[in-house]
Design a protein around this ligand. Structure first.
Ligand code: SAH
Ligand code: MG
Length: 192
C-alpha cells in the first residue's frame, strides 16, 4: 500500500504543484461535513487530491481530468496502487474538449490559472443546484493580494487573470462566493 506521504514527496521532488497540506485538509473536511459524493476535478496532476478526496468515504466518486500525458500516467499508477480504480475515473484530455453528461456535488477547479473563468462557465451545467465550485490557488503565493511589482511577465499575467477571476466571482449574478486564506487561497461558490 503506497502511502500518501510518498505522493507528497514525489510532488516535491518533481515540482508538481499539488494542494498544500492545510488546503487539502480543508477540502476533505468540506467533503465529509457536507456529505459530498460526486466530484469533478479539473487538473489531476499525479492524482494526489483525487486520491485524498476519494479516501474520505468509499461511496465517493471522483472524475478527474488531466491534459499532460506524463502526469496522467503517474496518476493512473497511483490510483491503482491505492486500489481506488472503482472510485476514481481519470480522463486524459484538455478539459475544454471534455463533454460530461453528469451532475456533480462539487467541481474542483485546480488547472491552468489563466482559464478559471472559462472552466467555471463551461462546467456550471454539470453542477447540481445544491452543488459548489471550489477553486484553488486564488492567493497564488500571496501575489494576488500584494501590490509589489512582479518581475516575471508570465507570473504577472497569471496574477492578473486570477484577480479577474476573483472579480468575476464577486460580481457573479448566479453564484455567491466565500474566500478562504487557507492553503494557497480557496474559494467556495454556491448557487444563489
Ligand atoms: N489537483 C492536483 C494538482 C493539479 S496541478 C492536486 O492538488 O493534487 C494542475 C494540473 O492541471 C497540471 O497537471 C496541468 O497539466 C493540468 N491542466 C492545466 N490546464 C488543463 C486543462 N485545460 N485541461 C486539463 N488539465 C489541465
Ligand atoms: Mg492548486
Amino acid at each position: 500500500m503506497v502511502r500518501v506521504r510518498e505522493l507528497e514527496e514525489y510532488a516535491l521532488e518533481h515540482n508538481i504543484p499539488i494542494m498544500l497540506k492545510d488546503g487539502i485538509e480543508f477540502l476533505c473536511n468540506y467533503i465529509r461535513d457536507n456529505n459530498v459524493k460526486h466530484i469533478l476535478e479539473i487538473g489531476s496532476a499525479i492524482g494526489y487530491s483525487a486520491i485524498k478526496m476519494a479516501l474520505v468515504d468509499k461511496n465517493i466518486k471522483v472524475t478527474t481530468i488531466e491534459r499532460d500525458i506524463e502526469r496522467y500516467n503517474v496518476a493512473i499508477k497511483n490510483i491503482k496502487n491505492f486500489g481506488l480504480e472503482n472510485q476514481i475515473t481519470a480522463i486524459l484530455d484538455d478539459a475544454f474538449n471534455v463533454e460530461i453528461n453528469e451532475q456533480f456535488d462539487l467541481i474542483f477547479i485546480d488547472a491552468a490559472k489563466s482559464q478559471y473563468i472559462k472552466f467555471f462557465e463551461k462546467f456550471k451545467v454539470n453542477l447540481k443546484k445544491s452543488g459548489v465550485f471550489i477553486s484553488d490557488n486564488l492567493d497564488f503565493h500571496g501575489l494576488v493580494k500584494s501590490d509589489e511589482e512582479i518581475s516575471s511577465r508570465n507570473v504577472r499575467g497569471l496574477v492578473r487573470k486570477l484577480r479577474n477571476y476573483i472579480e468575476f466571482l464577486k460580481n457573479n449574478k448566479e453564484f455567491e462566493t466565500k474566500f478562504y486564506s487557507i492553503g494557497d487561497g480557496i474559494g467556495i461558490s454556491t448557487w444563489k
